[in-house]
Design a protein. Structure first.
Length: 198
């Protein structure tokens, strides 16, 4: 089985790309989905996160709901130390679940793990192939502001926490440009799948 890492900086179009790969019958796991599941359902993770942010009044009934998630986001993107501690809680579990996913799908020709912070977490060695979804900074900024209702300054702050695209692109095997429409994106992904299959 070919283990593929799918990544791209925030608002580059990873979710849309995931859905296109799935439409070809390729198994895909999303690090974002793993994290959302952990903070909704894993009691130990919930407890550790609540303890980490105990100095802030952001939780109700010891649950991490959508409101508290947004509050956590605002805190960690203004506090590097807390962001790193949160990642220390989540990243090992994400890696474990991705490894289990690959084991469960070992008979597939290929399987994909979509990880926004693949390079930031230094996970390159987990994969045979890395596909990077690229989108121009101004396009990503507009998408992020529109999607999350963020101010420009906060959106830029989030974008600045990630390694620059220009560093990641040479480290990737395939680059998909997502600066136009879904049809262009699908056409590029189709060509990549054919290349991997040959």
């Amino acid at each position: 089985m070919i283990k593929i890492g799918l990544t791209g900086n925030i608002a580059s179009g990873k979710t849309l790309s995931e859905n296109i790969f799935k439409s070809y019958g390729i198994k895909v796991i999303s690090a974002d989905d793993i994290v959302h599941d952990l903070i909704r359902n894993d009691k130990k993770t919930i407890k550790n996160i609540i303890n980490l942010f105990s100095q802030y009044d952001i939780f109700e009934n010891n649950n991490i709901d959508i409101i508290s998630r947004k509050k956590i986001a605002k805190i960690v993107f203004n506090n590097k130390l807390l962001r790193e501690k949160l990642e220390q809680i989540l990243h090992p579990q994400v890696i474990e679940k991705i490894n289990i996913f690959f084991e469960e799908n070992e008979n597939e020709k290929m399987a994909i793990a979509s990880i926004p912070l693949l390079f930031e977490a230094n996970l390159q060695k987990m994969f045979d192939i890395i596909i990077f979804i690229q989108a121009n900074e101004n396009i990503r900024l507009k998408r992020l502001m529109m999607r999350n209702n963020y101010s420009e300054s906060f959106a830029r702050k989030i974008m600045d926490t990630q390694i620059n695209e220009n560093i990641k692109i040479p480290l990737s095997n395939f680059i998909v440009e997502n600066n136009s429409d879904k049809y262009s994106l699908q056409e590029q992904i189709d060509k990549i799948i054919k290349k991997i299959n040959t």
